[in-house]
Ligand binder design. Structure first.
Ligand code: AMP
Length: 284
């Protein structure tokens, strides 16, 4: 596995591969890797000639400074996992390498409000930071295929919108969420959960599953209020539980009018904020 810090040397290397007709797969991450990330890496290694994974804890997408400070980091361990997964190139740039002119979350495209609802309502500026970093990394790597996780449903929806709006020549592949044995969605943030909260946090996925079975027969308002109650009764503090159209992310009122329906939830387990989602109808 090759390791790059500078995007110019990375680009020189990738240009050589491109000249030789190799396809390039790209997996952007913030490190503290788990099996969810590795599922994306495996898909790329299987489907593309050359796979590039980036590790960069992007400051501009953290609206809460303490979350940025507490974000787990372990480059040696991540590097060993990626090597074992058969990755070709690890790109771990410094902040200065990514933001030589300072950090600014202005983005040039209209996100059409996708960034201010759901997660965006609780994390102002977060998705502008995400769009900015993914665009920068795509410019540096210029992959044929971009791999993202369904775990961050709103994130890949916004990136899909960006790719379409800017006519970027990259295919987005979304990989289903990898879960721990009890159903909790794998996340780098799970490392910070106590054993007790790790168990309690299973309620998020359980609630999504129960809600999925109810959408054909029960009122969405009742399903939503029951879900919020179930999550708080389990000892978590829910931030939202919404049932939305999978394309527009707008809250739906009549399931019969939608072919693609997704349940999305966010809740605090102690001081760790968790998100999850489940496709209730249709698929990515
Ligand atoms: P992150 O390091 O959290 O920025 O995540 C990097 C990529 O891995 C994103 O595309 C995430 O959606 C994806 N990812 C994170 N957790 C999971 C998971 N449990 N299953 C599948 N993909 C995931």
């Amino acid at each position: 596995m090759q390791y790059f810090v500078k995007h110019t040397t990375l680009k020189n290397k990738l240009d050589l591969y491109r000249k030789n007709g190799k396809t390039i797969g790209f997996i952007p991450t913030m490190g503290a890797l788990h099996d969810g990330h590795l599922k994306l890496v495996h898909a790329s290694v299987y489907e593309c000639d050359i796979s590039v994974c980036s590790i960069f804890v992007n400051p501009t997408q953290f609206n809460d400074v303490s979350d940025l400070v507490k974000y787990p980091r372990n480059l040696p361990k991540d590097s060993a996992l990626l090597k074992a997964a058969g990755l070709d190139i690890l790109f771990a740039p410094t902040i200065l390498e990514v933001y030589p002119n300072g950090m600014d979350i202005r983005v040039d495209i209209d996100l059409e409000g996708l960034d201010t609802i759901l997660e965006g309502a609780f994390r102002p500026g977060h998705f502008k930071g995400v769009v900015q970093i993914v665009k920068r990394l795509l410019d540096m790597v210029q992959p044929d295929v971009l791999y993202m996780g369904q775990k961050d449903f709103q994130q890949f929806t916004i990136i899909r919108h960006m790719i379409k709006t800017l006519h970027l020549p990259v295919k987005l592949v979304v990989i289903p969420t990898e879960r721990e044995p009890g159903g909790l969605a794998m996340s780098s943030r799970n490392e910070r959960l106590s054993a007790e909260y790790r168990k309690k946090a299973r309620v998020i996925f359980e609630t999504l599953n129960t809600s999925k079975t109810r959408i054909e027969k029960d009122s969405l308002v009742t399903i939503k209020s029951d879900a919020l109650k179930k999550i708080s009764d389990a000892g978590l503090i829910p931030e939202y539980f919404e049932i939305v159209d999978g394309n527009t992310l707008q809250v739906i009122h009549d399931p019969s009018q939608h072919e693609y329906i997704v349940g999305l939830a966010a809740a605090w387990a102690g001081d760790v904020r968790l998100i999850d989602n489940l496709i209730f109808r249709g698929k990515n």
